[in-house]
Ligand binder design. Structure first.
Ligand code: 5GP
Ligand code: SF4
Ligand code: MG
Length: 452
């Protein structure tokens, strides 16, 4: 998911809309905006893309100087309208509005506890547990309520919240999902999942919201406090795939990272070929890096339909195959009689690579050597990325050689874990890599049991 919050002296609805548009890659299922109009919260949300969900009428309705927004990519809870965000609740004669990116690992037991106390839930998502706890623990000091909430919830959360005339944000102690804050010269403050909305709407002095940091923005300015700290676990998959190529999150630039991964992989797994081809868009910087380091020319061999969006979460294998077909088409004039190195950012189920290799060969490619600029994905993510259960992960069930055969490649190689970590240029390993090595810093016991 993607979140944004803006505190301003003027109407923020259009800015939230533009900001959400630049976070659209983080979720295409639903989108929503909630503003505080000086008296009440006004909420507008629904299924579908940001661009389709808001028009002039919504901006007239959404009139306020403080607001939050959300784009949804479903992990916990199905793809239904009632699961869209922001969530808005009334409690203790007050309104609480909240939007969340991440995934809690203990929301089921907390929900049960709250249900046993008589609380009713309107949605099936873990986010509602956060909202309910904040409202429950509020006794006059919002920071205290957030701290108490943070002591209960476990897992990944980057949250923006509206409360009275305040914009509140908090990030889990591990920093799984990104969150940044920027301030413009006119005093406007923007908090968002990536830097793109901050740069587009216009702020100076951008920084990351720190893991375990709690921020309150109101007429007194920006106030920051910390909850207990843990060892950092920034999601490395953000740089591999999820974040925009222009994102700089927690000190790592995604474009540079992807490009370096390609360079490193070309040294780790060289192969003789005529052309390096990328699976656009997230495979492109890696392919450029591979081409530059190997000296083999980069070429465009797949034409992408830009209007398709990210179609990975389609429910059936047939639909996923069809969507790869609709999204990417091999360019015969480039591929015919050539030996190809095909670079993609990741293999999850193996649908994309299998389908592309088959069709590239049909278009005349002599050989297709698959190179992946991340290690094999062998474990599910419990922190907000929808990598499926082990049954469906091709690398959890087959060796690299068996995978090569199944996707029909002439050779297949993945970057090493060390290579990927080197590409971050960070001196310390501050990353979650659990989907690659099964090393979960926050025990997902409750969810693993549920999955069985
Ligand atoms: P596969 O087809 O092997 O299941 O998935 C790999 C392809 O899906 C890659 O091209 C990669 O860019 C993309 N991908 C990897 N993870 C995700 C994800 O969480 N969401 C979406 N939409 N695409 C993903
Ligand atoms: Fe990111 Fe993978 Fe960790 Fe999930 S398990 S937070 S996708 S690195
Ligand atoms: Mg892709």
């Amino acid at each position: 998911c993607g979140v944004i919050g803006i505190y301003s002296q003027s109407d923020v609805s259009k800015k939230l809309f533009y900001g959400l548009n630049s976070l659209q890659h983080r979720g295409q299922e639903a989108s929503g905006i909630c503003v505080f109009d000086g008296k009440n919260m006004v909420l507008d949300k629904g299924m579908g893309l940001v661009y389709d969900n808001f028009d002039d009428e919504s901006f007239i309705k959404l009139n306020g100087n403080i607001g939050i927004g959300h784009v949804r990519y479903a992990t916990a809870g199905g793809s239904y309208e009632y699961n869209s965000q922001p969530l808005l609740a009334f409690s203790k004669n007050r309104e609480f509005a909240l939007a969340h990116n991440g995934n809690l690992v203990n929301h089921k037991s907390i929900r049960k506890e709250l249900e046993d106390e008589g609380m009713l839930f309107q949605t099936a998502i873990d986010t509602e547990v956060i909202l309910s706890l904040v409202a429950k623990y509020y006794t006059g000091d919002i920071i205290e309520a957030v701290k108490k909430t943070m002591s209960r919830i476990k897992g990944a959360y980057s949250v923006v919240m509206l409360f009275e005339d305040k914009l509140v944000a908090f990030r889990d102690p591990y920093g799984y999902r990104p969150l940044l804050i920027g301030r413009a010269k006119n005093g406007e403050v923007i908090i968002a999942s990536e830097n793109a909305p901050l740069e587009i709407i216009g702020t100076d002095a951008i920084r990351d919201v720190e893991p375990s940091e709690i921020i309150v923005v109101d007429k007194k300015g920006i106030h920051s406090e910390f909850f207990e700290k843990e060892k950092r676990q920034h999601c490395i998959f953000e740089y591999v795939y999820f974040a925009r190529t222009d994102a700089t999150l927690d000190g790592v630039n995604s474009y540079n990272f992807r490009r370096r991964c390609g360079e490193i992989l070309s040294k780790e797994a060289p192969v003789d070929a005529d052309l390096v081809i990328a699976v656009p868009d997230s495979g492109t910087p890696g392919a450029m890096g591979y081409a530059q380091e190997s000296g083999i020319p980069f070429a465009e061999g797949l034409v992408k339909n830009r209007y398709m969006g990210r179609t990975f979460i389609k429910p059936t294998p047939e639909e996923r195959e069809l969507s790869v077909k609709l999204k990417l088409n091999p360019l015969e004039t480039v591929l015919r009689d050539k030996r190809i190195i095909l670079v993609d950012d990741s293999i999850v189920r193996g649908t994309t690579s299998k389908n592309l290799i088959m069709r590239m060969k049909k278009a005349g490619a002599k050989e297709v050597h698959m190179r992946i600029v991340s290690p094999p994905v062998k474990y599910p993510c419990f922190y907000g990325i929808d990598t499926p259960s082990r049954k469906k992960l091709i690398a959890a069930n087959y060796s690299v050689e068996e995978m090569r055969r199944r996707i029909g490649a002439d050779s297949l190689a993945f970057i090493s874990m060390k290579g990927m970590l080197d590409a971050t240029l960070m001196k310390e390993d501050v990353f979650c890599k659990a989907c690659f090595n099964g090393d979960y810093a926050v025990e997902p016991k409750e969810l693993v049991e549920y999955e069985k």
